[in-house]
Each structure stands twice: as C-alpha cells, then as structure tokens.
Ligand binder design. Structure first.
Ligand code: ATP
Length: 624
C-alpha cells in the first residue's frame, strides 16, 4: 500500500499523454486485483490506474470503468456482454491455428477459456509486429486475439464471456473513482495529498464517495456522470449537475425488515410515520417523457417496457391534465376485475418480459403508486414523503383496477396497526410498509433505509424475513434424482469482503420440474475454481461450483450458529458462522442480481432481533 501511495500518474503509466489507454494497462491492473483479496489493495491499484487515465487520456475513463465492471453500458440499456462460448472458441482457434477439439478439451480441463486463450497465444506466429491493443478495439475478436500479449487474451476472453471474475465489485470501482478524482482531480494537481493534512484528505475522500454514490444512484450511467465529475469542481457540484432525469432509472429505495409492531415503534420513537399496504407484485418505475414516450424499469433497473403495454395504454386514464412528465415508483399487481381482487404475484411472473401485445393480455395489472420522484421537470426526492404524497394525489387520479395510490393510514396506536396489518393481509398484501412521513423522510435512492420498515405477515411467525440468496454449488442427485442436482449450496453476499459466504444446503422442497429446470439453467455456469469469490469451509465441498447467476428466495424456521457455514463468521462467534435452519425454496428472484442478495449485515440484523426477542445469541442452537 505504501508503494502504491507513491504512484506517479504520469511517470508510472505505461503510455503517454494523449494516447488511447493501452489495454495492457487495464489487464495488468486486473491481474494485480485478481492476485489479492485485500480490499484496500484492490482499490488502490484501480485508483492509480484511474489517476493516470484522468491525467493522460481522460476521454477513456468511462470505457475503463465499464471494462472494470465487465459491462459495455448501463444495465438499463440492455447492452450486455456474454458472447457464446463456441464463437469465442472459434476465434481462439482461428487466431492461433489450434484445432477446436484441443481447445475444447483444454477449456474443459482448465474450466476457463480465458486461460486457454492466454496459453494458446504463446504458440501463435505473427508475420509482422502488430500495433499495441487499445481499449477501443472491442469489436473484432479475432483481430484482438492475434494482437494480444501477456495476460491480455485471458481478460479479453473473460470479458467477452461476461465472466471477468477478478473479485472486483462495483462499490470498489466507485470508491476507486472517488479516490482517484480526489487525489488527482486534473493534470495540474497530480497529488492533492502533498498540500493537505491526512485528516483533511480523508474527509475529502469520504465526502466524494458519498456524493458520487448518491449521484450515481440517481443517474446510474457513467457516460453521463464521469464527464461531469471531470469538470472543474466536478465532485463538489455533482449533486447539482447530475440530477434525476426522465428516461434514466433511479436505483430504488429499499426497506429494513422488522419483527413486528413494537420494533417499529422503538425505531421511530418520536418520528411521525405512515403505514401503507405492502403489495406483492413487481416493482415498476414508470418514466413518462414530454412527448408521451414511456419507459418502465424494474427494481434492478432493467427495461421492462415491453412487458406492460397495458400500463402504458392506461396512463391517460390516471395522469392529470397538468402533467407533462413524471417518474412514479409503484408496485404492479395482477388484478381480477370481476371480483375486484388482488391476485398472487405468480400470475404476473408468467407474463413474458418482452414483446407482449395488448390483445395477448388475459390478466390485467393494477398499478399501486407509493411514491412520486419527479414531476414536470422537477426532482421531488429531496422533499418529505408527506409533500410527495400530496403532489402525487393532486396530479394523478385513481381509476379502479387500473391505478390506485397505495392504501395508507397515518396511525400510530399498536392495536390500530395490528388491525391494519390484518386488513392488508385479507386484501392479499404481504403486510405493511411503515415509513417516516414528515421529518427524515426524503427519498433515498439505492439505500436500504431505516426510514422504511416492513412488517410482513411471515415475520410474525418466526424468522424476520425470507432471504434472497445465491446458489454457488451443487451435489449430484442419487436414486430418483440421478441426472439432476439433488442439493444446492447457498450463500449470502458480504459487501465488505465482496465475497459470497455460505448459509445453508437445500435438498428438499423442490418439485421434479424445478430440479430439472435449475440443472439446465445452472450447468452452463459451472466454474472450476471459485478462488476469492466464495468463502466456504473445508467440510463443505459440492460436486460442482457455479458462478453467481441466480438469486433464490428462501424461507427458514430460524437462524443458528454453525461450525460449517461461513456467513458473517467472526461477528457473533469468533470463528463460527450463521446458518439457516430448515430452509425451504420459495421462488427465483428474477429482479435481483447476485450482488443484491441478502447481505451478511442483514443476516446479522435478523439474528440480533431473534436474539433479543426470543432467545439470547449465546443459547442459540448449533446447526449442521
Ligand atoms: P421483498 O422480498 O420484501 O420484496 P426486497 O429486497 O425486494 O424485499 P424491500 O425493500 O425489502 O425489497 O421491500 C420493499 C419492496 O416491497 C419494494 O421493492 C416494492 O417492490 C414492494 N412494495 C409493495 N408495497 C410497497 C409500498 N407501499 N411501499 C414501498 N414498497 C412497496
């Protein structure tokens, strides 16, 4: 770290001012990142690369960021990496003269086509020296591979597959970007640390991380964000210059689980709050432009406009006459118009994601709006909820079975809240969302906020909440289950260490169709060596490992201290981790990425709540 902090962004960079960043500079940084699991080292390596890019080739900073997070555009653009293995194998074969069979065999043995591409490179002949690769040459795979040197081929192939897997999470990329811009804002100031105290520097970095994170959650698009950051005083003004805009989805605000009403009352103390029904459908963020164009995004910022032509067609029925443009935060719920009843979420999940036409729709959706983030050119996220609700109600009209405000009641008495939960459950809702209403009630994009608390009907029975966790490995089935995986190893995400930590093994509760389906879906994602990505104890060795792809919602009886699982190890017990007891599969969470899985601090939170409410953590049962 000490050596890294002496980095000179001009002298230590392997390219000159004005040149396009050589891909080798990025590949070498990836290699150093992959070699370590220490977050500080990872961030410092990336910070230094970004500092050189800022000084020497600032126009390439956006591309470097996208390549570091293994994307080619914002998630909502639908531009994704993930070129098929056979195309890439062909490219390796043609660029090196090796046969497809030998490449296939080696890829199977190594479990990583990237390694094969790198080892093949040494056997290739080139007639004449080729110019060095630049990071702009992403298109022509074969040409790229012919020109590759050193570890470039490995990272290019892995990037194209969409499996970079160097143990670098987007949070670290944002931290590195914040540090780089604080240390080296431009080519006049190569190292701010030479002119201010370490305390001042630390405060500056923390402020930059907070501002850039909030700006990014409002505008999750580096193409827009980075040029603004690179302007003079870019970081200080980023929250003014990089505002919410129609057409760019906002990372949604999320809620903290609670185990019941008394915990809500404890948390909110003297704060005024409001209770809303917690609808069980799909979160949709509806964006309407001035010209009437509409876009609908999911919780994950994916573009689902094609799934909801009925919502689009209904907008004129609920949009007030003064409204020109807006961003609404809502839950789309399947609705039975005859009986005027909310239907279970499964009905909605069977709707295709794209290309649905109005006449194909058999079961309509009703939009339950719970927040208004933007109206007629003005962002509302810094307003209090009471104000946002007022603006929502005066500009949008309820229309039965089509559009409704989320049902709410501003009550604070325990008995009344209890009755309201029961009413919500009777109306086919999951429970209540309880939200601060006046003080401390701005909209906090991307945050799992303590100002939004959820009380689910299931909490009242045992565990505070279901968890959303990632299958990272599996065991082959035996007997009746031969040919499919019979049991899965599941893990939660640890944000600090940026790894997945195991929480349970599940082998029961699946239908035969599900076992078949999961085997088909996950087999293409088998990897040989999970390295720094997964923290797993020696006693747990599944037959196969998967790269993190799916998120499964799982409900368990409760949590316990475990000698073999690693989730949140070192927090409740010096060595042992936390495990789920009697876990049961509920559904796949299509709307979550693996990094959105329940994280270790949420698991810890649940165990603390169980610990204080039902039993102390010391007397928790030990689970295998
Ligand atoms: P969950 O499994 O509870 O949906 P989650 O991680 O997807 O978990 P949370 O923030 O924990 O999201 O719960 C809030 C979710 O509940 C929102 O994402 C939204 O889809 C849904 N929801 C339903 N009704 C409301 C409401 N009135 N206010 C806010 N969110 C609501």
């Amino acid at each position: 770290l000490k050596a890294l902090s002496k980095y000179d962004p001009i002298k230590d960079a392997p390219w000159k001012k004005g040149q396009v960043v050589p891909y080798m500079a990025l590949a070498k940084t990836f290699e150093r990142i992959e070699e370590t699991s220490r977050r500080l080292l990872i961030i410092e390596n990336l910070t230094n690369l970004f500092r050189s890019v800022i000084v020497l080739s600032p126009a390439d900073l956006v591309t470097c960021i996208y390549l570091s997070i293994n994307k080619i555009g914002p998630s909502y653009s639908g531009k994704e990496l993930g070129i098929g293995e056979s195309i890439l194998m062909k490219a390796v074969s043609e660029s090196t003269g090796r046969t497809m069979d030998s490449i296939k065999q080696e890829a199977k043995d190594a479990g990583d086509l990237g390694i094969v591409a790198q080892s093949s490179r040494t056997t290739q002949q080139t007639m004449f020296p080729l110019p060095p690769l630049t990071i702009k040459s992403k298109d022509l795979i074969k040409k790229l591979l012919v020109a590759c040197k050193d570890c470039e081929a490995m990272y290019i192939i892995r990037s194209l597959q969409g499996k970079l897997r160097i143990g670098l999470a987007e949070g670290s990329v944002i931290t590195a970007l914040s540090r780089a811009i604080t240390i080296t804002p431009n080519d006049n100031t190569l190292d701010v640390r030479k002119s201010i105290s370490p305390e001042e520097f630390q405060a500056k970095v923390e402020k930059a991380i907070a501002s850039i994170t909030r700006a990014y959650s409002q505008t999750p698009n580096y193409d827009t964000l980075v040029p603004l950051l690179l302007k003079e005083n870019g970081v200080d003004t980023i929250l003014e210059t990089c505002k919410l805009r129609v057409g760019i989805p906002v990372k949604p605000m999320l809620a903290q689980p609670t185990n019941g009403i008394s915990q809500v009352l404890d948390r909110f103390q003297d704060l005024e709050f409001t209770c809303e029904y917690k609808y069980d459908g799909e979160r949709v963020q509806i964006h309407r432009h001035d010209d009437g164009k509409v876009k609908i995004y999911t919780r994950n910022l994916e573009d689902y406009t094609g799934k909801y032509p009925d919502i689009i067609a209904n907008i004129p029925k609920f949009m007030g006459s003064e409204v020109k443009n807006f961003i609404l935060d809502c839950e789309a719920v399947a609705f039975d118009p005859t009986n005027k009843k909310i239907l279970p979420f499964q009905i909605l999940s069977s709707r295709p994601r794209k290309g649905v036409s109005l006449d194909q729709i058999k079961i309509p959706v009703c939009v339950f709006a719970f927040d208004l983030l933007y109206l007629n050119g003005t962002s509302l996220i810094d307003e209090q909820l009471s104000r946002r609700r007022e603006v929502l109600k005066s500009n949008f009209n309820e229309s039965e079975g089509v559009f409704s405000y989320a049902q709410y009641s501003n009550i604070s008495d325990v008995a009344e809240i209890q009755a309201y939960i029961e009413e919500a459950v009777k109306a086919n809702c999951e429970g209540l969302m309880v939200k601060t209403f006046k003080e401390k009630s701005i909209y906090e994009p991307s945050k799992r906020s303590y100002n939004w608390l959820k009380i689910k009907k299931d909490y009242l029975k045992g565990m505070t909440d279901s968890v959303d966790i990632v299958p990272i490995g599996a065991w082959y089935g035996k007997g009746k289950r031969t040919g499919v995986y019979g049991a899965y190893l599941l893990a939660c995400y640890d944000e600090d260490n940026e790894d997945f930590q195991t929480l349970c093994k599940i082998g029961t509760g699946f239908s035969d169709e599900q076992l078949q389906q999961f085997t088909e879906q996950l087999t293409p994602h088998i990897i040989q060596n999970p390295k720094n990505m997964y923290r797993v104890s020696e006693q747990l060795k599944p037959d196969v490992w998967f790269s993190p792809k799916q998120v499964w919602e799982v409900l368990a009886a409760d949590l316990s201290i475990s000698p073999i699982h690693t989730a949140a190890a070192g927090t409740l017990d010096p060595v042992k981790g936390i495990a789920l007891r009697f876990p049961r599969f509920i559904r796949i969470r299509e709307d979550k990425n693996p990094e959105d899985a329940t994280n270790t601090s949420q698991i810890n939170g649940q165990i603390n709540e169980v610990g204080t409410c039902e039993q102390s953590s010391q007397t928790m049962p030990t689970s295998q």
